[in-house]
Design a protein around this ligand. Structure first.
Ligand code: DAH
Length: 339
């Protein structure tokens, strides 16, 4: 009897089913009421009373092993069937949705590309700044009214720490650590305490450029401005410079370009003047060079700074500044082909 059980156990362990139908046939053959294991019960009746316990355990064990083996084969087959049905390994992958570049990044990259071609390299500085780099080193005296030109966010616990109001602050970092020739272009985000509306925001973006060397003249500045305007907008763009004031440049100017929307004829965008303002510029004030450790008797330089949103408005006629920071994908998708 023991041998019979042992043989049956070996036989069952050696079973292998290729599909669920064969497996079901096996289950019936061995485990159903009229199956081979139940057949053993007929013999069990003839087992001597003192052996019944031991043989009973062996039969129960056989049943359990048979059931486990059949169940595990069923799991494997189900899993294989599942793979067959749902996985088509030859299928192309799900389409990956690509994002689009933000219009401000497109414009910023455009500006940087142009200045790179003119020989300027990119420099960046911190957004959280100290008073010296944003104002002091740029010739804003402590009580200078020009500080009111820019509504500054100060850190409450330490009024010496503030959010930079312009990327001109990068100038001071570069000048204090390098001697001329310096030829840099500095992109970045700036902050001002302004009420948010369609035409003002508490943060926006600027690109600053600085060139310091021997014999740098206003003539050089004008030439770079004209070349920039032509590359950024179109070959027939004209520029004009209006005298202005900034503490860190002397003389200072603001640059207008011929309105690229109406071609200078006059439209709502240029308030019918034919011109739109795009940047501030000037010759670096000798006092700024000296404050930052550069000999103003040997070196001269020019600087210029522009708002990226302003340029983006001109290029794409976005008439509400807030759209740039709302991240509405319907707006962002409109720039899909602009990159
Ligand atoms: N920093 C000025 C602003 O935020 C812009 C500017 C004007 C930058 C004149 C310059 C410059 O480098 O020469 O309004």
């Amino acid at each position: 009897m023991k041998l019979k059980i042992q043989n049956l156990l070996e036989e069952i362990k050696g079973l292998h089913a290729d599909n669920l139908e064969t497996l079901e046939e096996m289950r019936i053959k061995y485990l159903s009421k009229k199956g081979r294991i139940n057949d053993l019960m007929a013999d069990f009746r003839n087992v001597a009373a003192e052996d019944k316990k031991e043989i009973g355990v062996l039969i129960n064990n056989l049943k359990k092993e048979a059931l486990d083996h059949i169940n595990s084969m069923r799991d494997v087959l189900k899993c294989e069937n599942h793979v067959d049905e749902s996985l088509d390994l030859t299928r192309t992958p799900y389409p990956v949705e690509l994002g689009t570049r933000h219009p401000l990044s497109i414009v910023k990259n455009n500006i940087l590309d142009i200045f790179n071609r003119f020989g300027f390299s990119i420099a960046e500085g911190p957004e959280v700044e100290d008073d010296w780099h944003v104002f002091g080193a740029l010739n804003f005296a402590d009580d200078h009214p020009a500080r009111d030109m820019q509504d500054t966010f100060f850190i409450q616990s330490n009024p010496d720490i503030l959010l930079r109001t312009h990327t001109s602050s990068v100038q001071s970092h570069i000048m204090e650590n390098n001697q001329p020739p310096i030829r840099i272009v500095c992109p970045g985000r700036v902050y001002r305490n302004e009420a948010i509306s369609y035409r003002a925001h508490c943060f926006f973006h600027q690109v600053e450029a600085l060139y310091i060397d021997k014999d740098v003249s206003f003539q050089d500045l004008k030439q770079v401005l004209l070349s920039f305007a032509k590359e950024m907008f179109s070959e027939d763009t004209k520029i004009r410079l209006r005298p202005s004031y900034f503490p860190f440049t002397e003389p200072s100017a603001e640059m207008d370009i011929s309105c690229n929307i109406c071609g200078g004829k006059g439209c709502n965008f240029c308030k019918h003047t034919g011109w739109v303002e795009i940047l501030g510029c000037g010759m670096v004030d000798p006092a700024v060079l000296e404050s930052n450790g550069i000999d103003s008797k040997v070196y001269t330089g020019y600087a210029l700074g522009m708002g990226v949103e302003r340029i983006a408005n001109l290029k794409y006629q976005v008439n509400d500044l807030r759209l740039f920071s709302e991240n509405d994908v319907r707006f962002l998708r409109e720039f899909e082909s602009a990159d």
